[in-house]
Structures are given as C-alpha cells and as structure tokens.
Design a protein around this ligand. Structure first.
Ligand SMILES: [Zn+2]
Length: 463
C-alpha cells in the first residue's frame, strides 16, 4: 500500500492525498493552493498522478483548499466516485462554482490588460470554468453518513466521523484487508475547536495504524471562547457609540454564520443594542447561511434548543443581506453599523471596498476573527502596518484594530494532541496542513509514534 502527498505538504492549502492498494486508487481531498502567486501557480502543475486512474475521491469538507481542484481533476479525466456527506456536497458546490467564477474573471482581466498594453500574448485561460465545476457535480453520487461504515469496494471501507470544523466536515477512516490483516488509515481532515457555537465537538477518533493529521495551530493555544465573545461585544459597543463602522472580514462558510449566531445572542441577552444594524455583505455567505438552515442534522444541542424555541439561530432584528453590488455600494453612506464581508484574509471580495472607505477613519474598527496567512493584507494590518495598498491606493490605518483569537475553526495544539492520543499509538503519523514551525513544534510532542513531515509529491510504502 502506498501513500503520496500532492498538496498541503509543509503548507496549509492544496490538500490532496493519494492512497493506492492493489488496483484501487483513492484520493482524499483535492484542494486549491491559495495565498501568493508562487503557491497559486502550483495549481497549474501536474497533479503528480493520473486523474483518470482514480477510483474514489473522499472529500473531508467543503473549504476551497480541500475541494477547489475537483473541477480541474474532472477536466483532466477523473471518472471515479466522489464520496462525502450531504452538507459537504452542498457547500462544495457553492465553493467550486464561486471559484470557477473567480478563475473566469481573473482570466478575463488578464487578457483585457494584455490587449490594452498591446502585449499580444496567447490568451490566458482560466484554471477551470463554470461548466467544469458543473460537470464535476455529476461525480458527487455517494453520500456518507457519520459513523456508518461505507463499503467502497470488496475489502475496502471508509467511515466518516464528525470533525466539528465546518458544516458536514469529517475525519475519514479507511480500512483495508491486506495479507498482513486489516489495516486502518485515518485522515483527520481539518479538526474543529471544542465548545464552539453551531457544531458539536469533533468526534472521538478510532484507533488507527497510520494517521495523517492537520497541524494548522500545532504551535499555538487559542484564547478562551467566553472572553472572546465579551471582547467582540465590547469592540462593537465602543465603535457604535462613536458612530464608527465595525468591519468584520470573514470567511463565508462557518465563520460568518458563527458571528451571526453570537450577534443574535448578544442582542437577545441585551449585551448589544437592540437596534444593532448588521449587514451580511457577501452573496456567498448568504447562500452558505441558507445551506446551514437546510442541515440542522449537523447542529449541536444548543443550536437545536434555539430552533425548538421557534427562533432562527442566524437571524437578528437588524440583520440585512446585501446580495447585489448596488446594495453593497450603498453601505458607503452608512455609519454606526456592523459589516460582515469576505474575504477573511482581505485578499479579495467586498471587504476591500469597505476597508478603503473605513480604514482611515479613527472612529471605525476592524475586527479579525480568523486565520490570517503570511503575506496577506489581513496579516499586515494585524501586524501593525501604518498603511495598506488597496486598489492601487495607499490607505492609512487609523481605525481600531482588534484580533480576537477565540473563534478559530481549527483545533489548537492541546486539542490536536488530545485527538491524536485517542488514535492509540499509531505506527506512523504524517503531519500535513501546517506551516513548518507549527509542524515541527507539534512533532516534538508526539513520542509514541514515528512522526513524518512529508514533502510535496513524496511517496511512502505503508504495508
Ligand atoms: Zn477547512
């Protein structure tokens, strides 16, 4: 049995792992590389395997860095079966279609620029287009339910466990009958953080011979949740009082819904003004919120209590959805409101317009509630940049900047360690999906297993 790594090796994006046993080839995730031109160029390189040879693609969750290369995989000849949970299928559809639109727009813009500058180059083609994304939906034919063993083919079965990371997210155990007996290979997927709103805690993982696990926060402990909620409410109250806008750059999936959940609680508990005006300025986050409402089977007990009492977990009286561009532009005139917009790391999306109109105002505030990768505008602002370049304009930073760490969608070092301990003492543990420092720090904690930090495209013989 062979295991290969074709993404998220010593970085946090492009998740794609390959397992081969006898004549069966299985992929676990097929995500897009994100962040910085060099890394994104990697999306155009060879997968490192023949897409047509893959029998099964098991998808852990619907984040772009886990599903974003699926349309490309299909375009290059994949004819296998995609297995995932029902909620992930819906979120992946939204994410892949959005990604196709971005690829198309980017290609159009590059070609327009080349033509304008009279650089008569061959046309720049999108990585994939909307039709490729639509075609890939035809292969999402197999739905997995949590905790129920799922036979892929004779002698190979997969079981999905709730990973508590985003709606529908899973860790996946694959069991193989081999000459040396039954062998278990466990992929963590991205692991959630305990005691968060909406989703249950990550399920206890089964014992496994081989573990492949994420290490996003392998070197850090998160702040506690309750003080973070308090900090969020304080930041909003202080800013609204001085008639400033509160910008919350946010990922469309999970984080936006979680922030809505806490804002609703704040208003209900009189910790935020009753007439607090909140604008969810992201068509994708609006669609994702609708998908959430269709999958209450993924919710935790507290969220069920809200539903059972006749309330909507994601709605508050002053909430407005801005789907159209004109609605988003009208927000320019608003003062003393909360605006939630993507992207979370401020690399794209409507948040850039709001930053342009608010970052220089000392009465405004920007609240970062998520991961900010190296080299992104979000990271620069958090690190104290005096000014930021947005749309070829240098914008001074005078707004109050808050970084609230307690809302992470990823487990921290302690939780990763506890999760790993529950897998027994695996023969080998491969660390993926982390920056190098996080991986080496976490590796030093694991003493009852052989720890390997694989290189991209590296192959290992397991059994
Ligand atoms: Zn994720």
């Amino acid at each position: 049995m062979h295991l290969q790594f074709h993404g998220a090796a010593k970085n946090v994006t492009g998740s794609c792992h390959y397992l081969e046993h006898d004549d069966t080839r299985i992929l676990i995730d097929c995500g897009l590389y994100q962040g910085g031109r060099e890394l994104e160029e990697e999306n155009r390189n060879d997968f490192g395997f023949d897409p047509a040879s893959i029998d099964f693609l098991l998808l852990t969750h619907g984040h772009l860095d886990h599903c974003g290369r699926i349309p490309l995989l299909v375009k290059k000849g994949f004819k296998g079966t995609i297995v995932t949970t029902s909620a992930t299928r819906e979120l992946a559809r939204l994410v892949m279609l959005d990604s196709a639109r971005i690829q198309e727009e980017e290609a159009k813009y590059k070609n327009y620029k080349n033509n304008k500058q009279k650089k008569f180059k061959a046309p720049f083609l999108p990585l994939y287009d909307t039709l490729d994304a639509l075609n890939s939906l035809d292969y999402f034919v197999d739905i997995a339910a949590f905790d129920e063993p799922h036979e892929l083919c004779p002698g190979i079965q997969a079981t999905f466990y709730d990973a508590g990371h985003i709606l529908g997210s899973a860790s996946i155990l694959i069991e193989f009958d081999t000459d040396a007996g039954r062998k278990k290979v466990l992929f963590s997927g991205d692991l959630g953080y305990n005691n968060r709103a909406i989703l249950p805690d990550p399920a206890s993982p089964p014992h496994a011979d081989i573990v492949i696990m994420e290490t996003t926060y392998g070197d850090r402990l998160h702040k506690q949740l309750e003080p973070s909620i308090e900090e969020l409410y304080d930041a909003i109250n202080t800013t609204i009082k001085r008639n400033g806008n509160v910008l919350i750059p946010s990922f469309a999936l999970e984080r936006s819904q979680e922030i809505l959940y806490y804002l609703r609680e704040g208003v209900e508990q009189n910790r935020l003004p009753q007439d607090l005006a909140v604008f969810l300025d992201s068509p994708m986050a609006i669609s994702a919120t609708q998908i959430f409402k269709r999958h209450p089977e993924c919710f935790d007990e507290e969220t069920w209590d809200v539903i059972n009492s006749g309330r909507d977990p994601f709605a508050l009286p002053g909430l407005h959805f801005s789907r159209e561009t004109a609605e988003s532009m009208a927000l320019k005139q608003m003062r003393g409101v909360v605006i939630i917009a993507g992207s979370g790391m401020c690399t794209a999306g409507r948040i850039r317009h709001h930053l342009r109109h608010n970052l220089w105002r000392k009465e405004a505030a920007v609240i970062f509630v998520g991961y900010a990768g190296e080299g992104t505008p979000a990271r620069s602002i958090i690190d104290g940049a005096q000014s930021i370049r947005i749309f070829r304009e240098e914008i001074d930073v005078h707004a109050a900047i808050y970084t609230i760490g307690g809302f992470s969608a990823h487990a921290d070092q302690k939780e990763l360690f506890n999760w790993h301990r529950k897998t027994g003492s695996p023969e080998r543990t491969f660390l993926v999906h982390g920056e190098e420092h996080a991986m080496t720090t976490f590796a030093a904690l694991l003493t009852d297993t052989e720890v390997i930090i694989p290189e991209n495209h590296q192959q290992f013989t397991l059994f």
